[in-house]
Design a protein around this ligand. Structure first.
Ligand SMILES: Cc1cc2nc3c(=O)[nH]c(=O)nc-3n(C[C@H](O)[C@H](O)[C@H](O)COP(=O)(O)OP(=O)(O)OC[C@H]3O[C@@H](n4cnc5c(N)ncnc54)[C@H](O)[C@@H]3O)c2cc1C
Length: 375
């Protein structure tokens, strides 16, 4: 492969010279950052470097839930995290979704306001009382402006055909999108906004100078006036902060005749999640079965997790139906001890936005908006 300094005058000028903003990573955060920068700087040269031939982290691999707060998660968080911080996190996710819909048309990403249900199994004592539901409804109203988004739904098993579920708490405002369409729409919008995406180039190191930043790649140095890191689960090489990769595994069934399940569902405090995609089921989770093994930047699936997912399908989600598995895959998230993303300027020329956990569909565009506001 040619080195950048061996390229033609035209190639260097068009693709690698006079870059005002170089963004590392073409996931939801990288592309949103580029688009919010474009709103601010009409004539700037903005370029995204992506090491994969597609974005290769979490944004193309996720479950597509537009989730921002399920009752059992809020219940658990309020036991250990400061109340204000819990509701700030809720608000960031909720407003993050509005920031996403500023960038892409809801209808083009198959947004479905299908609601979510937080399922409570028979053999657990995770159920929560009415006074807590009243409290979260009041708090959520101050952020969403909508009355009573949460309610208990005791008919969930009857409606969807589940087994071993005693009750559920519904969130009226959560929904789902088509993950592939979201990335395609973001990419199309990026291209329409005259933002360049260079696939297949990995940033290896960065050196900041007074007036520019040099990014080392295996094809040579790329120079830009400013650089933004949006590499989420792969960010360890850039900062010393608390961030770890977290692999998440998913499977999708074949098309199922007369599928009753419709909507998005959280189970076992969010360790498992599933939804319908047309008449298939997508089910993910199970990192808690072996946290050590799943703390990795390596893609792949394990029989421990996949078997557990299939077991849940057979005994809880689709107890009456035959099914087979048509797809399984994994994605890499960035997590830490807290649920708050790391969003900060490293110096006047560089910034970073990473550690989005399992909520990047909701949070990603807001993180991009904040990153763009630093410049
Ligand atoms: C299986 C799964 C299910 C999920 N489900 C949901 C869900 O339903 N709802 C929700 O809100 N969130 C969900 N998430 C989380 C969500 O997908 C992420 O929080 C979000 O996509 C993070 O976006 P990002 O742009 O920060 O990171 P990423 O999408 O990971 O993008 C980072 C990019 O940086 C690139 N990169 C890394 N290092 C370099 C380098 N050195 N040089 C160049 N490029 C580099 C990577 O290839 C990657 O494309 C899920 C995640 C997974 C894995």
């Amino acid at each position: 492969m040619l080195q950048i300094n061996e390229l033609s005058f035209w190639e260097k000028k068009a693709f690698f010279e006079d870059i005002d903003f170089l963004i590392i990573g073409a996931g939801i955060v990288g592309m949103s950052t580029a688009l919010f920068l474009r709103k601010k700087y009409k004539n700037a040269k903005i370029c995204i470097l992506e090491r994969g031939y597609l974005p290769t982290g979490a944004s193309t691999k996720n479950a597509g839930f537009t989730c921002f707060g399920s009752p059992t998660e809020l219940f658990d968080d309020l036991k250990t995290i400061d109340e204000q911080l819990v509701w700030d996190t809720f608000a960031n996710r909720y407003y993050g979704l509005q920031a996403l819909f500023e960038l892409v048309d809801k209808t083009k990403i198959n947004y479905d306001a299908c609601k979510s249900w937080d399922l409570i199994a028979h053999d657990t004592n995770n159920s929560i009382d009415t006074s807590f539901i009243n409290y979260i409804n009041e708090k959520a109203k101050t952020i969403t402006g909508v009355n009573q988004i949460y309610f208990e739904d005791k008919n969930v098993s009857e409606q969807f055909g589940f087994k071993h579920i005693q009750t559920a708490y519904c969130n009226e405002l959560e929904g789902a999108i088509d993950t592939g369409k979201l990335i395609q729409e973001l990419f199309k919008t990026v291209v329409q906004n005259n933002i360049d995406v260079r696939f297949g180039i990995e940033a290896q190191a960065m050196e900041t100078h007074a007036n520019h930043v040099n990014i080392k790649t295996k094809y040579g140095l790329i120079t830009a006036v400013n650089c933004i890191i949006a590499t989420n689960g792969f960010a360890k090489q850039w900062i010393k902060d608390d961030i770890k990769p977290a692999r998440a595994q998913v499977l999708v069934t074949n098309a199922i005749k007369n599928l009753k399940v419709k909507g998005t569902f959280h189970f076992d405090k969010g360790f498992y999640y599933f939804r319908n995609i047309g008449n298939r089921i997508l089910l993910g989770g199970g990192r808690n079965l072996n946290f050590d093994e799943e703390t990795t930047v390596k893609f792949g699936t394990t029989s421990l997790v996949q078997d557990k997912l299939q077991h849940m399908l057979k005994y809880i989600i689709l107890p009456q139906q035959d099914f087979s598995i048509s797809h399984s895959w994994s994605g890499i998230m960035g997590v830490g001890k807290t649920k708050k993303p790391i969003i900060k300027q490293l110096n006047p020329r560089t910034a970073i936005g990473v550690r989005l956990g399992g909520m990047g569909v909701a949070l990603g565009s807001q993180v991009g908006k904040t990153l763009a506001s630093y410049f």
